[in-house]
Design a protein around this ligand. Structure first.
Ligand SMILES: Nc1ncnc2c1ncn2[C@@H]1O[C@H](COP(=O)(O)OP(=O)(O)OP(=O)(O)O)[C@@H](O)[C@H]1O
Length: 389
């Protein structure tokens, strides 16, 4: 079990940063804490203020107001002391190319006051842990992106920091390297090291992080465990209905009618997946192709069949190839189609029949039904919107 005892190792209290010659705060009153042995994800859209926050915590930038404390040291008052407790792994390779990989580690350790003999021992141990021993004494130029990233994390650990800051740790890495890195981060957590990471690959990170803070415009929008965030904001399940409304029906009114169903927390229109010529979107998931009013009746009967339908019933539909995650085959090339996402509190199977009844009553054709679990990315979109920054 990770050790979460003891005082917070990172404390951010009403932090503010205003860059010169700008008229808004890049960080605007941010507060959060990170416990020892906790993996904390700081997520937000481009320009939200993540790098600025991390820049202040790691002493690269000075705050305009508020407090940032690492292991009890106010980073603004005593940056050198703070640096002894923390390490940073930047997104871009900043290894010293004039040195070998091993020398990079030894140099970093001795810079932080580790004695030479001990520095060599730690370097050897870290090179081994990150699978780099064989190429420890080659030139860094020969390193792949994945090896360089592993070496940067190893380097960050040479002075045994209590807090590790990682910026996009798995960006552009192959699956093998990503697995190795997430595994290493879990091991560090077990040793009581706190990890603060920023990433846009949040569904991947959701499997590892203990808590997530989502920021936008320099402010904290929410902070909780991934599970609590998903359950609280996105619902228990998602039901995506791809439909063709009857001519003259108002798509927004159709969406609103579905949103009125009991058990639906929210109904929203989302982009219709593009359908490749003669194929299905989403790579193999099956859907309901061109089910009109009559077919919808059949679907309603399927969904309601056998008394109260449950998850098993829905799973059976999926197993039979009637439901899928990826959307259905196009009957008309997707013209006039609408994709409506229902955020549900509860079992999607119980909603399927009533949803189809609403659609049938409005003479809408059901083209595909997809069921899925909401993700952290859904929460993120819910909070920060769909507009690119
Ligand atoms: N040196 C700077 N001078 C002026 N404004 C800056 C500077 N650095 C960042 N900003 C602005 O501060 C805000 C926060 O930027 P920051 O880089 O912290 O965001 P971010 O969440 O890390 O974004 P990204 O995901 O793109 O890295 C943005 O509006 C950005 O344009």
């Amino acid at each position: 079990m990770p050790s979460r005892d003891g005082p917070a190792v990172v404390e951010v209290d009403d932090l503010v940063k205003r860059y010169p010659r700008t008229d808004t705060n890049a960080v605007d009153g941010l507060s959060f804490t990170v416990a020892p042995g906790e993996i904390f994800g700081l997520f937000g859209p481009n320009g939200a203020g993540k790098s600025t926050t991390v820049g202040i915590l790691t002493t690269r930038l000075r705050a305009t107001g508020g407090r940032a404390v690492v292991c009890g040291v106010d980073v603004g008052r005593d940056p050198a002391a703070a640096r002894a407790h923390l390490a940073v792994v930047p997104q871009h390779n900043n290894l010293d190319r004039a040195l070998t990989p091993r020398q990079n580690l030894v140099y970093h350790a001795t810079y932080h006051g580790v004695r030479r003999r001990e520095a060599h021992a730690r370097a050897a141990e870290l090179l081994d842990r990150f699978g780099l021993t064989e190429r420890a004494d080659r030139r860094i130029e020969a390193y792949s992106g994945g090896m360089a990233q592993r070496l940067m994390i190893a380097r960050a650990l040479t002075h045994e920091p209590a807090v590790l800051f990682l910026d996009e740790p798995t960006n552009a890495l192959d699956p093998q390297t990503r697995l190795l890195i997430w595994g290493q981060l879990r091991q560090l957590r077990e040793r009581g090291v706190a990890i603060v990471l920023t990433t846009h690959a949040m569904n991947e990170a959701a499997r590892v992080v203990d808590r997530v803070g989502i920021v936008d415009h320099g402010r904290l929008l929410t902070l909780d465990t991934p599970t609590a965030l998903v359950r609280g904001l996105a619902g228990d399940a998602l039901l995506d209905l791809t439909v063709t409304p009857a001519g003259g029906d108002d798509p927004d009114a159709l969406c609103a009618a579905l949103g009125e169903l009991p058990g639906v927390r929210k109904a929203e229109r989302v982009a219709t997946p593009t359908v490749p010529a003669g194929g299905r979107p989403g790579g193999g998931a099956a859907g309901l192709a061109g089910v009109g009013a009559g077919g919808a009746g059949m679907l309603a009967a399927l969904a309601a069949g056998g008394g109260r339908p449950g998850a098993g019933r829905l799973a059976a539909l999926a197993g039979a190839g009637l439901l899928g995650r990826g959307g259905g085959a196009a009957g008309n090339g997707g013209r006039g189609r609408l994709r409506i996402r229902l955020h549900l509190a509860g079992d999607p199977a119980t909603l399927l029949g009533p949803a189809v009844t609403v659609l049938t009553a409005r003479s809408a054709a059901v083209n595909a039904v997809d069921v899925g679990e909401p993700s952290l990315e859904d929460v993120f979109i819910e909070l920060t919107g769909r507009q690119p920054r």
